[in-house]
Every structure is written in structure tokens, then in C-alpha cells.
Ligand binder design. Structure first.
Ligand code: NAP
Ligand code: MG
Length: 487
């Protein structure tokens, strides 16, 4: 039984309640964690608020060393963390090793970025004055994370938040709290209360964190619906929100693209992590001259992908997070067929796997632009494809969405590439290499995909608040300012 991590101590929830965590590949319980209550949230917030008083004053160089030490400990524990992540997420063990290491890199990156400037000197109004623009930490940052990338999305938040001098209270998703709690071993060297981890339901713990008077920033990744609710509650206290939400990312295949390269790229972008990626490729628009060839190539590639255990080195497609989620994706596939789409690969649960929330990677072709599956987010391994008459039509369709998270294009034509990145309303644009992340590249969404950016310099700026200081050394009485004017 794992426990809550509050003020550098392990503790049970105040009422001792717990809940189980299920392995999506075997459907077995693989751990239990405390189901915290509002009273536990109060303890964690109190610890973080108290710790902030000193943490904000720790010299930047010292803080940098403490963050590098987090990264070092994560690399030391990579194997245990990756195994636990695999048990709770169902994602492939190789990818989880990579993600733990990459999460460690995020701490190293912000450790160094945090050493840099904290504002600037601006021209003062008079010669006897100094005018400063200061960048200060906010206070307690509440981090609420989903189950699809529990450690990476957490690192994207807490590394810059801590580097900026904030303290944090973390709430992992209820499906994936195990590795997050284990990560506390990588925070033991920090002063008490700087990092706190609390598990429990979104409706209880999440809501208590969002509405807590000591919360200065809410950094949330998850669904647009929950994000909208959080933004509404935050508005009541003017709490700063940072929201990374859902997406419906388009991909355009131009007529000049290399078809096999594009099909491989789309298979990767649509099926990695069984399609449970906010920036999954979810709508594919192919210029008519290459449409048939592309569909054939993608269907053939997809049919050859191997579905199975996340611990099997040969596995390419791992399970979905739960049976409810898998059934929702199956229902979306059925609805698409009813609306005119054809399944040319996958489309069902793999018959050879009795246990686990598996779903065959699925290619849908001739999908009408108005079909629900071209408009609503799909969190599963589904690639819906539609032909377009030309690039301009593809661009217009790509932008016709309430979401604006990522977008990708396959072309060697620089005119199409430039037109694409200038016109597309999306936070990340990939040309010929979809879903590649870059520590220095800001990540986030336009439109209803979110507010704010993670990673890069922008990712640090999110956790720093601006203050203007105007200082006059001479304190000269101002003639027009009664009662200090000349008597
Ligand atoms: P979700 O249902 O919105 O949950 C995300 C987190 O919010 C979980 O920790 C959840 O806790 C918590 N939560 C739920 N209700 C809450 C409430 N009323 N107040 C405060 N917190 C609450 O999302 P999900 O289904 O886990 O994840 C999938 C979604 O995340 C997709 O829409 C996907 O596109 C999006 N996503 C976006 C990005 C991005 O960077 N833009 C990245 C990854 C995923 P419980 O687990 O306890 O309910
Ligand atoms: Mg959800």
C-alpha cells in the first residue's frame, strides 16, 4: 500500500480510505493508494504554503543543483519507475524507460534555465531613479495530470514551477497514481513541503485543490470538459490557469509526398501509445492523386502491426487504459461506418487476446468530412482518412475544428509547407516528422485546446509573475503634490 507524500512524510488518508489500480494488459489489481479527502488537501496545501516562504529565497544556483539531483535520482531509479508505469498505463516498457529518462532531462533543462535572468532594468522616469521589472514565483502551484503520460506531463509542470521558486501539490490521475507516488523518492532531498503528492478522485481532491484559497496557479492537463470547469472555478478567485486540453489533430498528405514515408509517419502518429496521445493524428486529408495508394499502404502497414503485452519486445500496439475507454472507441468506429466510412484494417478487439483492454489499430477510409469521428476527439488507435481535391481544401478542413493543438503535413513543396505553418491554427506544427517533442520547443494548444505553453522558455515564464518596481533615491518633494509641495 502506497501512501500520500506530504511535507516529506508518508501518510495514509485521514479516513484511511483507499482505491485499487488496474493493469490494462491483464485486468489485475497492481496496487492500492489512499483516497484522500478535503482534509488531506488542506494538509498538503498548508505544507506547500509554508515551504514557499523559504523556497522562494533559495539562491538560483542552489536550486539548480537540487533540480539536477532530482534528474540524477530519476535515472538511478529508471527501471523501477518504468516497470510501475507499464503496469499502470499499459504502455510499452521500452517507451516508459525513454519517458522516465526524458522526464529527467526536463529537470536538467529547467535547472539551467532557472539560473538565468529574473527580469530586467528599464529606463527610469528621472535620473535619480531605478526602474525594475521583476519576475517572481506565484506561490503554490497545483498540478493535475492525466493518465496517458503521468510522469512526462508532470515533469513539464513541476520542473519549471520549482525552478521558478514555486512549491507544488500534485494530483495524478486515478488510473495512474503509482509511479507518481514512487517518484517522491526523487524529492526526498528537497526541503519539506516543496513537493507534495496527493491521490484521490478528481471530483473530491481535484475540486478541493482547484478551489483552495492557497492555490496560486492551476496547471492542468486533461479533457477540455474538465478544463472548462476548472477555468470557471478559477475565475471566482482570479487564480491563474494553465490548461493543456484535448485535440483533434489534422494531417495533410500532399500529392508530392513520398507515400510510404507518409503512411509510416501517420501509423506512428495515430497509433503510438494506442492512440492515447493528446496530439495523436486523428483526421487525415489526402490529395486525390495519391489517395488510393496512400490508403492501401496505410492499411497494409496497419494490418501488420503486432498487438500484445507491453513487456513483449515485439509488441507495437499496447492496450487502452480501461474497458469503458475501449468500448467508447469501438462505438466511435461503428458510428463512423454508419455515417459512410469503410474499415480497411482492424476495427475490433483482437480475438487472440481474452484479457486486457486491447483494440486492433484501425484504418477508416472514405470518411465523410462531417462524420462525428472527424470532429470529436478519439482516444484510441484509429486513423480516419478522407480524400481532398487540392491543398487549399485540405487546409480549410484542417482549420475547421474547435481544437487547435497540433497539426502535421507531408510534402517536399516549400510553398505548401510555408502556407501550412502560416495559416494553420495549432500550437505545434510538424512537417514530415509528426509527434516529435523538443525540450526547447513550447507545447500547447490554440482555440479550445488550451491556454499557455509548456516546455521551452515559455514553459518557465508560465510560473513567473511580473512586478514593476519604481525607486527614487533622492526623495525630492514634488511641487505639485500636496501636502509635500513647496510651502
Ligand atoms: P480528465 O478526465 O480531464 O482527467 C484529467 C485529470 O483531471 C485527472 O487527474 C482527473 O482526476 C482530474 N479531474 C477530473 N475531474 C476533475 C475536477 N472536477 N476537478 C479537478 N480535477 C479533475 O482527462 P483524462 O480522461 O484523464 O485524459 C484524457 C484527456 O486529456 C484527453 O482529452 C486528452 O486530449 C487530454 N490530454 C491533453 C494533453 C495536452 O497536453 N494538451 C496531454 C494529454 C492528455 P481523476 O483521474 O481522479 O478523475
Ligand atoms: Mg476522462
Amino acid at each position: 500500500m502506497r501512501q500520500l507524500w506530504i511535507n516529506n512524510h508518508w501518510s495514509a488518508a485521514i479516513d484511511d480510505a483507499t482505491f485499487g489500480v488496474i493493469d490494462p494488459a491483464t485486468e489485475e489489481e497492481v496496487g492500492r493508494v489512499p483516497a484522500a479527502t478535503r482534509a488531506d488537501v488542506d494538509r498538503a496545501m498548508q505544507a506547500a504554503q509554508t515551504a514557499f516562504r523559504d523556497w522562494r529565497r533559495v539562491p538560483a544556483a542552489e536550486r539548480a543543483e537540487l533540480l539536477h539531483e532530482i534528474a540524477r535520482r530519476m535515472r538511478e531509479h529508471v527501471e523501477n519507475l518504468a516497470v510501475t508505469l507499464t503496469l499502470e498505463t499499459g504502455r510499452h516498457i521500452d517507451r516508459n524507460r525513454r519517458y522516465v529518462l526524458w522526464s529527467a532531462d526536463v529537470f536538467d533543462y529547467y535547472a539551467e534555465l532557472g539560473r538565468n535572468d529574473r527580469g530586467r532594468v528599464i529606463p527610469s522616469v528621472e535620473a535619480s531613479q531605478l526602474a525594475l521589472v521583476l519576475k517572481e514565483p506565484y506561490g503554490v502551484v497545483v498540478c493535475i495530470v492525466p493518465w496517458n503520460y503521468p510522469m512526462l506531463l508532470l515533469a513539464w509542470k513541476i520542473a519549471p514551477a520549482l525552478a521558478a521558486g514555486n512549491t507544488v501539490v500534485i494530483k495524478p490521475a486515478s488510473q495512474t497514481p503509482l509511479a507518481t507516488l514512487d517518484l517522491a523518492h526523487c524529492f526526498e532531498h528537497l526541503p519539506p513541503g516543496v513537493v507534495n503528492i496527493i491521490t484521490g478522485s478528481g471530483g473530491t481532491v481535484g475540486d478541493a485543490l482547484v478551489t483552495h484559497p492557497a492555490t496560486s496557479v492551476i496547471a492542468f492537463t486533461g479533457s477540455t470538459e474538465v478544463g472548462q470547469r476548472i477555468a470557471g472555478l478559477a475565475a471566482e478567485r482570479m487564480t491563474k490557469v494553465h490548461l493543456e486540453l484535448g485535440g483533434k489533430d489534422p494531417c495533410i498528405i500532399a500529392a508530392d509526398a513520398d507515400i510510404r514515408t507518409a503512411a509510416l509517419g501517420v501509423a506512428w502518429g495515430a497509433f503510438v501509445n494506442a492512440g492515447q496521445v493528446c496530439t495523436s493524428i486523428e483526421r487525415i486529408y489526402v490529395e486525390r492523386p495519391v489517395y488510393r495508394d496512400f490508403c492501401d499502404c496505410l492499411a497494409e502497414l496497419t494490418a501488420g502491426l503486432r498487438v500484445g503485452s507491453p513487456f513483449d519486445p515485439a509488441t507495437q500496439i499496447t492496450p487502452l487504459i480501461g474497458s469503458r475507454e475501449r468500448d467508447a472507441v469501438l462505438a466511435q468506429i461503428e458510428q463512423a461506418q454508419a455515417q459512410g466510412a469503410r474499415v480497411v484494417a482492424g476495427g475490433r478487439r483482437p480475438p487472440q487476446l481474452d484479457l486486457g483492454f486491447f483494440l486492433e489499430p484501425t484504418v477508416l477510409v472514405d470518411v465523410p468530412y462531417t462524420a462525428t469521428i472527424m470532429r470529436e476527439e478519439t482516444f484510441g488507435p484509429v486513423a480516419p482518412v478522407a480524400p481532398v481535391e487540392d491543398f487549399e481544401q485540405a487546409l480549410a478542413l484542417a482549420n475547421d475544428s474547435r481544437y487547435g493543438l497540433g497539426a502535421s503535413l507531408f510534402t517536399h513543396d516549400p510553398r505548401k509547407a510555408k502556407r501550412f505553418y502560416e495559416e494553420i491554427k495549432a500550437g505545434t506544427v510538424w512537417i514530415n516528422d509528426p509527434l516529435t517533442d523538443n525540450l526547447a520547443g513550447p507545447f500547447g494548444g490554440m482555440k479550445q485546446s488550451g491556454i499557455g505553453r509548456e516546455l521551452g522558455e515559455e514553459g518557465l515564464a508560465e510560473f513567473l509573475e511580473t512586478k514593476h518596481v519604481h525607486w527614487d533615491f533622492e526623495m525630492q518633494p514634488k511641487p505639485w503634490w500636496y501636502p509635500y509641495g513647496d510651502k
